[in-house]
Design a protein around this ligand. Structure first.
Ligand code: ZN
Length: 343
């Protein structure tokens, strides 16, 4: 089912032009910015016509070109679509630790019956581009959640619209420090913001934020329950202090690591590539690694500044050469993998 909100945005704009926007328009950041631009345009026009009247001038009004460009980009950015899910339906995990890939960095992690959703991204926008595969589970197919875990507020890891739809079925939200107020506005009542090395212990789960090297405030997380430990990196570049994570958590069962080498087109690397992830494995020494993040930004507005390459297969090949003792599990959207006691 396709859900397209461009029409809503367009009708909002028409209402703006009729001067009724204050009570009619949804207060999303895109709308607010767009309204400000339209308001500024209106004020500029009014001022111009006043001065024109005073001067009895017949000079034609020149519209600033950049306002038109920004408006067009915001229109594009405001269009959100919700693509198809796979034909999978939710199956309760039969292993003590089970992971279902939903797409990109969105996973359903089930740890002894506790359900954690990571970095939700469901709605596509021209800025993010489209998911390469159908979702593992759609928003409607998700079961009740004990926790939503968000590593940072980039739109492909923190989908406000999806989060709003998940409020009613979620017990608690954990994110970076400072996310409390925006999350409460979305409707979450139990919100925990963690700085690196802070722990949220909500029996029977324990979540510890650990440092990450990305862009803006970003956490990675250690999830523990019943003797099982998962490192969810989210989106981070390699950094030498990663060794502190392995010192504090010397026995990781699973590490979920980025391998797409996300970088700015001008150079700065924002996420690990396959070689970085191998180095991270050397420090973290997990039993199993799940490589993630193979999103192609090239056909999106984000692709104007960001670039990635799909390196999951290359990572697996490198690991077979360098760390054959560590299992590498490739999970496409819809893929499910469980860790039983004997593993
Ligand atoms: Zn990011």
């Amino acid at each position: 089912m396709q859900v397209l909100s461009c029409g809503v945005l367009m009708s909002s704009i028409r209402r703006c032009r009729n001067g009724e926007y204050v009570r009619n328009v949804k207060k999303t950041p895109v709308h607010r910015t767009l309204l400000h631009i339209l308001l500024i345009r209106q004020v500029v026009r009014q001022r111009h016509s006043c001065s024109k009247a005073r001067a009895m001038s017949t000079t034609k009004v020149q519209q600033p070109w950049h306002l038109a460009l920004i408006t067009a980009l915001l229109l594009l950015g405001g269009c959100q679509t919700l693509p198809l899910a796979s034909t999978l339906s939710y199956q309760r995990g039969e292993f003590p630790l089970q992971i279902t890939s939903i797409g990109h960095a969105t996973f359903l992690i089930e740890l002894h019956g506790q359900r954690i959703l990571t970095d939700p991204w469901f709605y596509e926008t021209p800025f993010t581009g489209q998911h390469p595969d159908p979702f593992g589970l759609s928003l409607e197919q998700l079961p009740p959640l004990d926790l939503i875990l968000v590593t940072h507020t980039h739109i492909d890891h923190f989908d406000r619209r999806a989060l709003k739809r998940l409020v009613a079925q979620t017990r608690a939200f954990v994110g970076v420090k400072g996310m409390g107020e925006p999350m409460r506005k979305l409707g979450f009542s139990h919100v925990i913001g963690l700085a690196p090395w802070e722990t949220f212990a909500a029996s029977p789960l324990t979540i510890t934020a650990v440092p990450a090297a990305h862009s803006g405030p970003t956490n990675s997380y250690i999830i523990e329950r019943g003797g099982k430990t998962v490192y969810f990196a989210g989106e981070t570049a390699f950094f030498p202090d990663l060794v502190r994570v392995s010192e504090r958590f010397p026995r990781l069962d699973i590490a979920v690591l980025p391998v797409d080498g996300l970088r700015l087109r001008w150079g700065k690397q924002l996420a690990m590539d396959a070689h970085d992830a191998v180095e991270a494995v050397q420090l973290l020494r997990p039993r199993v690694v799940i490589p993630v993040l193979d999103h192609d930004f090239s056909r999106s507005l984000a692709g104007l500044v960001l670039t990635t390459t799909s390196q999951a297969e290359a990572f697996k090949a490198l690991m077979e050469k360098t760390h054959p003792e560590v299992a590498v599990v490739l999970l496409k959207a819809g893929g499910q993998w469980g860790l039983n006691e004997r593993f």
